[in-house]
Design a protein around this ligand. Structure first.
Ligand SMILES: Nc1nc2c(ncn2[C@@H]2O[C@H](COP(=O)(O)OP(=O)(O)OP(=O)(O)O)[C@@H](O)[C@H]2O)c(=O)[nH]1
Length: 340
């Protein structure tokens, strides 16, 4: 079965994520797409879930309430997504809480139970144009939050600079300049009420329904909207790079009998510098062939003994990774280590 594309919607509280999601649900049918939604809210009360259900009564919707899935509810992501996948959606939309780091969710998609079933399509970050420049000073005492807000911008494939009805042209220019310092590659669209031509998001997706997908209609031709930088889909570099996102995931499958050393793996991971955001995997280490769970984050590598018995593998998550180069480098190191 082909992997279900996943679109992650991130952005600070009140920026316009649900407004965008509602729009996407309303227009998905025009692209012959059956979407499913995983919704995460910080509170126990499910306000946005009701809005979605009202707008789209047959919606495949799962909610994770009362906590951010990138920390306390991480273990629930798998179960929720598996439930949705069973219902055979064409695309899964995940709306994060305003304080979530989208990287963490990309990471969760690479867990063994999900990796064969889902692939990242895009990370979309919605920014509140009226407030985005003030966040750094407002939250100066909370470095983690400032970091999270910056990562929401840095890893996005599409940035909506929303609520531009509330700012002047001069402010808009200044925000564009600042945002571009953190992400010069994403498509950056100024919007009001998260209105954009959804062909940008849905256009490359295929319906799983039997009928061939129709040419995607350009529903928003009349919108006053401009792309600040021409959008260029990254070309898949190898069979692994099936994502249309800048955040790429490379899975290296390793033969059962292959044994590696910790230093080989650590040198290998260290080579990719800032472009490597995260790595993890299950590997057999040393002459005793002991199984270890590898966790690499923030340039630190941790090894934990594990009872994992399946075939070893290594997952790398990074920004604009040269997947072919990384794959070739691994194979070369492996051959060198086995022949020495
Ligand atoms: N003036 C103005 N208001 C907007 C715009 N986009 C959204 N809003 C309003 O801003 C409020 C918050 O929008 P939501 O879409 O719920 O924002 P959110 O990011 O989902 O918020 P959280 O669920 O708190 O994270 C709502 O009242 C929207 O109607 C816009 O472009 N301009």
């Amino acid at each position: 079965m082909s992997k279900v594309p996943v679109i992650i919607l991130s952005g600070f509280l009140g920026s316009g994520k649900t407004t965008l999601l509602l729009r996407m649900l309303r227009e998905a049918a025009d692209f012959r797409l059956k979407p499913a939604v995983l919704m995460n809210e910080l509170g126990k009360q499910d306000v946005d879930g009701h809005l979605l259900q009202d707008a789209s009564p047959d919606l495949l919707l799962t909610k994770l309430l009362d906590g951010c899935i990138c920390c306390s509810k991480k273990s629930d992501i798998q179960d929720s997504l598996k439930q949705l996948i069973k219902r055979k959606p064409d695309v899964i939309l995940i709306e994060l809480t305003g304080v979530a780091n989208p990287e963490e969710i990309v990471d969760a998609l690479t867990e063994p139970a999900l990796l064969p079933h889902v692939k990242l399509h895009k990370v979309i970050t919605v920014l509140d144009a009226e407030n985005v420049l003030a966040y750094n000073s407002i939250f100066a005492s909370d470095r983690e939050l400032v970091h999270t807000l910056r990562r929401q911008i840095e890893v996005a494939d599409l940035l909506l600079l929303n609520k531009i009805d509330l700012i002047s042209d001069k402010q808009l220019k200044s925000i564009e300049k600042t945002v571009r310092k953190f992400n010069h590659q994403a498509l950056l669209l100024p919007t009001t009420f998260s209105q954009l031509d959804l062909d940008i998001i849905f256009g490359s997706l295929q319906s799983r329904q039997s009928q061939p997908p129709a040419a995607a209609p350009n529903l928003n031709k009349g919108l006053h909207m401009r792309a600040i930088k021409a959008f260029k889909e990254p070309r898949p570099a190898s069979k692994h790079a099936t994502s249309f996102s800048r955040v790429q995931t490379l899975t290296i499958q390793i033969e059962h009998e292959v044994v590696v050393t910790q230093s080989l793996v650590e040198h290998y991971l260290g080579k990719w510098g800032k472009s490597l955001l995260r790595a993890k995997g299950y590997l057999r280490i040393g002459s005793k062939r002991e199984a270890y769970l590898l966790q690499f984050a923030g340039k630190r590598t941790n090894w934990l003994p594990t009872a994992y018995q399946e075939a070893p593998y290594l997952v790398l998550i990074g920004l604009d990774l040269d997947v072919q180069l990384i794959e070739d480098d691994w194979n070369k190191r492996l051959i060198d280590s086995q022949t020495n």
